[in-house]
Design a protein around this ligand. Structure first.
Ligand code: PLP
Length: 470
């Protein structure tokens, strides 16, 4: 088994060849994402090995929203993974990438009638979250006369992260109890939803779905929360005979530090008292999934498939970004390095989430100093790190590698002030541009559309002018 993370670790070795990264940056420009296909293959192999070792049917639906790069999706589909989609256009992209619709699930808090009809037409399973989805699905199924097996999303109502800061814990508990994703385990509202599905002539309840959060690193809290989902699943299995329990994704990876502080911790940090922990633990799926298998067996859920929806876990360290230091600014109260990669291409910057940053491209001084590192945007929160250690002699023109950019970068990036970055895939010695850098012309491609197509002077189109318009 090649994971968890033989080549990322927590030390200096991150597995990326700095000479090759610098060469790619020279030829493709910066900022640029580099995708290592070998890492994706190894992660997938590890996941499939763990799933294959369970004593029951087991499957993984890749969370498409985590990274919808077609090159990456095609590769995962070819490895036999299924897909988790949360919108109609994601469904289309996943189908185009070759995912088997019979191994796809459609999740999310909003699904339009058109999207639900498309899901039924393709044979994609819908995990119901909103009440109105029941009527819409019943109408589609009644038209075709075919029964449709659906799932429901359940929320355990328990937090899956914790902190030494009690004000953070209080915040996390309240957020978990109030979540709008899914229906609370054990609640009368969930019972009513189940009864409505039961009363729908063409719908059959076949699956229970949950997805608790992202970057979950507290395995015990995750298991305690999932116990509530499994308890509910056991009751529903006795009544309906389930085919699948889907625990969602959220498996935490190394290399990413998230602020786990509430208001009290934030105040302490202002006083300089509470630095973030140096490194966070990560989830070991080779422990988590067999443990869940056992907990399912204890509840009589034998023969029911165990499904999961990894996103970040599969792709986080599969991409890294090469960015250039554009400006070094030493002020009386601060020392800044300003990069060409910012919140437009690394949307977690500005939220307090910190990724590793390593200097590449030349020899650097062995002496480190403390730097504040920002992106290029005219926007206060565009900050990668308030304080981090980098060589004393880093200067404008140098290249840095920003690690673990595979999850929630491409799909969440935007063109606020600067355009989106290219992705170059490497596969052994081969190299391929798999997503082009966005240009200003791309940004404005949707401006001034003519809804009627090419203008026909004989038949003026568009809405009638309002009364009184000259
Ligand atoms: C986002 C999402 C996932 C993937 O989450 P990760 O933290 O990236 O593993 C899985 N399932 C659902 C329903 C999601 O919305």
């Amino acid at each position: 088994m090649s994971r968890p993370w033989p080549d990322t670790g927590t030390g200096t070795g991150t597995g990326w060849d700095p000479v090759r990264l610098a060469d790619l940056a020279q030829r493709h420009g910066t900022p640029v994402h580099v995708l290592d296909a070998g890492r994706l293959d190894r992660a997938t192999a590890h996941l499939l090995e763990v799933l294959g070792g369970l004593g029951r049917p087991a499957r993984a639906y890749y969370s498409v929203k985590t990274n919808y790069l077609p090159y990456l999706m095609r590769r995962l589909a070819a490895h036999g993974l299924g897909a988790d989609v949360v919108s109609g256009y994601e469904m289309e992209a996943a189908l185009a990438a070759g995912f088997d619709p019979a191994a796809m699930v459609f999740n999310g808090p909003v699904k339009t009638d058109g999207e639900l009809a498309a899901a039924v037409r393709h044979g994609v399973r819908v995990n119901i979250d909103g009440e109105q989805e029941i009527e819409a699905l019943e109408a589609v199924a009644a038209r075709t006369g075919q029964p449709v097996e659906v799932g429901i999303r359940i929320s355990p109502g328990l937090p899956v992260s914790t902190s030494a800061d009690p004000s953070y814990r209080a915040q996390a508990e309240r957020a978990a109890a109030r979540t709008r994703f899914g229906w609370p385990a054990g609640s009368p509202q969930l019972a009513a939803l189940v009864d409505r599905i039961d009363a729908s002539p063409h719908l059959a309840l076949g699956a229970v779905h949950a997805h608790l959060s992202s970057q979950i690193v507290h395995e015990d809290l995750m298991l305690t929360a999932l116990d509530r989902v499994l308890d509910e699943a056991a009751k529903l299995h006795a009544r309906f005979g389930l085919t699948e329990v889907n625990i969602g994704g959220g498996f935490g990876v190394p290399g990413i530090r998230r602020p786990r502080t509430g208001p009290e911790g934030a105040l302490a940090a202002l006083r300089g008292e509470a630095p973030f922990p140096e490194e966070e633990p990560f989830l070991d799926i080779a422990r988590l999934l067999p443990e869940l298998d056992g907990r399912m067996r204890l509840r009589g859920l034998d023969g029911v498939a165990l499904a999961c929806e990894p996103g970040r876990w599969l792709v986080s360290d599969v991409m890294a970004m090469v960015t250039r230091v554009m400006s070094r600014k030493e002020l009386p109260e601060a020392r800044w390095l300003i990069l060409d990669a910012g919140n437009h291409v690394t949307p977690w910057s500005g939220t307090g989430e910190v990724h590793r940053l390593t200097p590449i491209g030349r020899r650097y001084s062995a002496v480190n100093s403390t730097w504040s590192v920002a992106g290029p945007l005219c926007y206060e929160n565009d900050v990668h790190a308030a304080a981090t250690e980098l060589p004393e002699d880093v200067r404008a023109g140098d290249l840095l590698c920003l690690h673990d950019t595979g999850a929630y970068s491409l799909g969440r990036s935007n063109n606020f002030i600067r355009t989106r970055a290219a992705v170059v895939a490497v596969d052994g010695d081969a190299e391929q541009l798999v997503w082009g850098a966005e240009t200003g012309a791309d940004v404005f491609a949707l401006a001034d559309p003519d809804p009627a197509g090419p203008a026909d002077p004989a038949a003026p189109s568009g809405p009638d002018p309002a009364p009184g318009t000259p």
